[in-house]
Design a binder for this molecule. Structure first.
Ligand code: NAD
Length: 252
């Protein structure tokens, strides 16, 4: 059995974040689920988690989310930076507002949440930061300049937090999944099918799983299990790592 902890998870209305909330509740952790989508309340409450509605592209909202966790539970032990969006466009046409929104949500918010959560973890002498990055933190694909830049940046943030947290009982790690079966990917399948004039099944097989050794999409629960491990006592020696869960994509 794992020690019950207090966790803040972002991007919890669907997909990986929702799976992480359920997994943490199964492990007996207290959880604050944070999302800008009000549907997240129902998802959180169904899993026995508390909910805080926040648009994490806003710095004040990031700080308010951590303050809410501290007010509710008195401490914060685990931070999972998971909220993310995608925009696909060649660099030449990439809209500046989309670039800024993606960097704000997927790089600046994880930084601000880490900063706000740090004092509680430092005082406890125990903390776990798990950043949900992507295989696109390791390699690029065309059309995803902002997403790939944010995810590569997240690896730098993770490594820095690992070095600063090393003497304070705080670990920081990144997870790098290939395609996970979530609404974010379902939308991309539809978009890419239109873009390439292909059937959706063809997009999955020929585009998304092109570089995969294991030819299937990843289940959100598989990612949640890895988050659970990295957030556990057992993972105290793992820090500054980028942990691939990518069907063998980057093995070649
Ligand atoms: P998802 O779309 O199912 O979930 C993303 C969540 O983020 C949603 O709940 C959404 O409401 C929330 N969100 C979006 N904008 C927000 C904002 N401004 N403020 C607060 N919350 C906001 O997506 P997912 O596939 O579960 O992705 C979760 C994370 O995993 C993302 O960081 C994504 O980049 C990463 N990832 C996903 C895949 C994949 O294949 N699905 C692969 C690698 C990495």
């Amino acid at each position: 059995a794992s020690t019950p902890r207090v966790a803040l998870v972002t991007g919890t209305s669907s997909g990986i974040g929702a799976a992480v909330v359920r997994h943490f509740r199964d492990l007996g952790h207290q959880v604050l689920a944070v999302d800008f989508n009000p549907d997240g309340r129902q998802v959180a409450e169904a899993a026995g988690a508390a909910f805080f509605q926040a648009d994490l592209t806003d710095g004040e909202a990031c700080r308010a989310a951590v303050a809410d966790a501290l007010a509710r539970f008195g401490r914060l032990d685990i931070l999972v930076n998971n909220a993310g969006i995608q925009h696909v466009s060649p660099i030449e046409d990439f809209p500046e507002d989309q670039w800024r929104r993606i960097i704000d949500l997927m790089l600046t918010a994880p930084f601000l949440l880490t900063q706000a959560a740090w004092p509680s973890m430092r005082e406890a002498g125990w903390g776990r930061i798990v950043n949900v990055a992507s295989v696109h933190a390791q390699v690029a694909s065309p059309g995803k300049a902002a997403y790939i830049s944010a995810k590569h940046g997240m690896i730098g943030l993770t490594k820095t937090a690992a070095l600063e947290g090393g003497g304070q009982g705080i670990t920081a790690n990144a997870i790098c999944p290939a395609y996970v079966k979530t609404p974010l990917v379902d939308n991309q399948i539809a978009d890419q099918a239109r873009l390439h004039g292909m059937q959706e099944q063809q997009v999955v097989e020929e585009v998304m799983l092109k570089n995969a050794a294991v030819k299937r999409l990843i289940d959100p629960d598989e990612v949640a299990s890895l988050v659970g491990y990295l957030a556990s006592d057992a993972a105290g020696a793992v820090t500054g790592a980028s942990w691939n869960i990518d069907l063998g994509w980057t093995a070649q």
